[in-house]
Design a protein. Structure first.
Length: 447
């Protein structure tokens, strides 16, 4: 009995037979290889042209070759370029699918195992398209985007002309949909952007630190960065002029608040430059006429809004008041800018150490150090004490929130990973705090 198929067929995979290659199969395989190469070039072009950096664009602009000019012309019309690449790539991929299916039907006989044939075809074609048409070319183009952009400048220009009717229709339809539905910008919250920055790098460089400061900028209140009233240098309005000049010189500040009776009643701000022309005047000189009106802001004022007000009013200092109208402290333009660029010092600033680092896990802090600065120094999240800090803005205030009273010297307070030990305190305030960080203790409880 003669076999159902030619003797050239050999057994393969449980009854599936394979035929010897003929001229049509060989030509088809060559065309398939060419199509895969075309798909790879399209995928590489997409990555290359849409991963230009500013320095790459400058190189293309300074390069006077025709290839560079053609590449820049393509780059400057991104919608048309992307439409051309996508149309060409999808056209090639569809051709690959049909050609691969045709070659498979000529080379193999799956009539006895149709399901297995379908699975094999799907797996092989998908692998070819993904590996040779997507993954490899895109990885290569991401590392050699300039070379790929030069290589594909002329072919893409030709394809733009070939697919012009289709790409024009796509661009028109997308523009029509945008106009009908209205383009909406995706609202990315500052918290989302901050989280993204945290994920990008564990070791921020200077530019990234500034960007991080800008992201957190709008969430900071004036009370968080102000100079508290206990540290403010101020002058009594009843003081004689003979005491004013020495007070300005000793303070080293260019602007000094002036109060009447107590610091809760600030009457104005005295500018050192306004006093300079009158330094030789007698002690009876009415220097109070030189005062400039103070600008008051609440403790809850956001510093991004305050910065705009400083710019508009052309002032550099504001007096921060609490909910009862008492003076909490002062805030300056320098304080605000330091939240973005970090500490700003000049030749007149004296080093003021608010902490001492004993080892990697042990510090001694001044009680008046701001919680924002404390978290930056120990490199923890700024909302680390959000649940217990209440209205406190300093480390001493946090301790008072945790204990409910002014603690005694050597008293130990535990919270989460931290062990606080009071190094120095009196009946009115906490002066120094020893901080030990215990990474093994993750319980968020206070003792």
């Amino acid at each position: 009995m003669e076999p159902e198929y030619p003797l050239s067929y050999i057994a393969l995979l449980s009854g599936i037979t394979v035929s010897a290659p003929d001229i049509k199969i060989i030509i088809g395989l060559l065309i398939l290889i060419i199509l895969l190469l075309g798909s790879a070039l399209m995928s590489a072009s997409e990555v290359a042209y849409f991963s230009f950096r500013p320095e790459d664009i400058e190189k293309f602009k300074t390069n006077k070759s025709k290839q560079s000019k053609t590449a820049m012309k393509l780059y400057n019309n991104p919608e048309k370029l992307l439409s051309t690449v996508l149309v060409a790539n999808n056209t090639i991929n569809i051709a690959i699918v049909f050609l691969a299916a045709y070659l498979s039907s000529r080379m193999f006989d799956f009539r006895t195992e149709p399901l297995l044939g379908f699975i094999i075809n799907a797996v092989v074609i998908t692998f070819l398209l993904l590996f040779f048409g997507e993954v490899i070319p895109k990885v290569y183009a991401s590392r050699n985007h300039i070379a790929v952009a030069h290589l594909m400048a002329y072919p893409l220009t030709a394809l733009e002309k070939i697919f012009h009717p289709v790409t024009s229709l796509l661009i028109f339809s997308s523009s029509f949909v945008k106009k009908r539905t209205g383009t909406r910008r995706s609202n990315i919250s500052m918290d989302d952007l901050s989280d993204a920055l945290e994920l990008t790098s564990d070791d921020f460089n200077e530019d990234e630190k500034i960007l991080k400061g800008i992201v957190n900028f709008g969430n900071i209140k004036a009370s968080a960065i102000m100079c508290p009233r206990i540290d403010v240098t101020a002058i009594d309005i009843k003081s004689g002029f003979d005491k004013i000049v020495p007070a300005i010189i000793n303070s080293g500040f260019s602007r000094i608040p002036v109060y009447s009776g107590s610091f809760d009643t600030v009457k104005g701000i005295l500018y050192a430059k306004d006093v300079l022309p009158y330094t030789n005047n007698p002690g009876s000189f009415k220097w109070q006429a030189l005062l400039r009106p103070p600008y008051f802001v609440p403790e809850t004022k956001k510093i991004n809004d305050l910065l705009k007000e400083f710019q508009t009013k052309k002032i550099h200092m504001a007096v921060v008041i609490d909910e009862y109208g008492g003076t909490s402290g002062i805030i300056t333009l320098e304080d605000i800018l330091e939240e973005i660029v970090g500490e700003i010092t000049d030749e007149s600033d004296e080093d003021q150490l608010l902490f001492r680092k004993l080892d990697e896990k042990t510090y001694i802090f001044e009680g008046k150090v701001l919680l924002n600065d404390f978290c930056k120094i120990i490199k923890f999240e700024e909302d680390l004490f959000e649940e217990v800090r209440g209205e406190s803005e300093t480390l001493a205030g946090l301790i008072l929130e945790l204990t409910g009273e002014i603690p005694q010297k050597d008293q130990i307070i535990k919270y989460g990973k931290f062990v606080f030990r009071i190094e120095s305190a009196d009946r009115r305030r906490i002066k120094e705090i020893r901080v030990e960080i215990n990474e093994d203790n993750s319980e968020n409880k206070k003792d």
